[in-house]
Design a protein around this ligand. Structure first.
Ligand code: NAP
Length: 279
């Protein structure tokens, strides 16, 4: 039986540390959260982020903009927030409505306030290992591994998925931790063979229960980043828990595994941004 990696517990422990850190700071960290449109999932994410800020003592401002907001108006708001002293982090909830160019918006946030670590400057820093902010979801995965004393050093690490938000930065963080990293994607020829090599398997593809037990090596550590909603409304990951769990040594459940860590890492980045500004 695999050991369950409890993202809720690790997240709660990390948030206590963040709270303690903030209580000792002279400057109160501030986060601006921008939501454009009324996507229900995005509304939930934004609400959770604001609540998490309040719980640890981060000041937050929210900007709920109409779906018709023009790109120019959004860029103007970002410019204002870039120059606002009590705001250390700016988060624009993605996806944005189709008429707005996401890249232009990401690039408009000054790198010092880019707490999602999506700006090309921060992406470059992740590549070199000289980073201020870690991308939230992959950083959350690394934090989970650390809590369970799972050291990627020298291990075969397979990342399934190559998105800019999860897969690519995840691979980079595992590489910085001295893992031997393989990145798989939809054009990978023999995905099963690659996955079977993994000592640590991180899956982020957005396909419900896609990775099955026959694709996982006995004793592997399996981290499921996927969040998929099934027809019955329940959440499931990209990993078929029922068949993979008996083979894994450690596994993240969905929900309650990698998911809760993402917002915690956002809080961490906001505190870091405030600290860096104070230096
Ligand atoms: P994405 O941008 O859609 O990227 C999916 C990746 O999976 C792509 O690189 C794609 O390959 C690859 N892929 C798709 N089908 C595949 C297949 N059959 N075999 C191998 N690779 C395949 O997704 P994402 O934003 O990275 O998100 C992935 C999942 O993680 C989603 O379920 C999302 O909801 C979840 N997520 C969770 C959090 C969190 O807070 N825990 C945060 C972000 C995302 P190609 O590049 O070749 O198309």
């Amino acid at each position: 039986m695999a050991i369950l990696i409890d993202g809720k517990a690790v997240s709660a422990a990390e948030r206590e540390l963040i709270k303690e850190q903030i209580s000792k700071m002279t400057v109160k960290p501030g986060l601006a959260v921008i939501l454009v449109g009324e996507d229900p999932a995005s509304q939930v994410y934004v609400r959770n982020k604001k609540k998490a800020c309040a719980d640890v003592g981060i000041y937050s401002e929210s900007y709920d903009l109409a779906a018709e907001t023009s790109q120019a108006e959004l860029l103007e708001l970002i410019d204002k927030l870039n120059n606002k002293d009590d705001i250390h982090g700016i988060l624009v909830q993605l996806p944005l409505p189709k008429h707005i160019d996401e890249t232009a918006v990401i690039n408009a946030i000054v790198p010092e306030k880019d707490v999602d670590a999506f700006h090309p400057v921060n992406v470059g820093k992740i590549m070199t290992g000289d980073y201020d902010f870690l991308p939230c979801t992959p950083a959350g995965v690394m934090c989970l591994l650390k809590h369970y004393n799972i050291d990627p050093s020298g291990k075969e690490c397979v990342v399934v998925g190559r998105s800019n938000i999860v897969g690519k930065p995840q691979a980079m963080l595992l590489l910085h931790a001295n893992g031997t990293v393989t990145i798989c994607h939809s054009r990978t020829k023999d995905l099963k063979a690659k996955c079977l090599e993994a000592d640590i398997l991180v899956v982020a593809i957005g396909k419900p229960d896609f990775i099955t037990g026959d694709m996982v090596k006995e004793g592997a550590v399996v981290v499921d980043v996927g969040i998929n909603r099934k027809a019955d409304g329940k959440l499931t990951g990209d990993v078929d828990f029922a068949t993979v769990e008996p083979k894994a040594s450690y596994i993240t459940p969905v929900p309650g595994g990698a998911g809760p860590m993402t917002i915690t890492m956002l809080l961490k980045n906001t505190v870091k941004a405030a600290e860096l500004k104070g230096e």
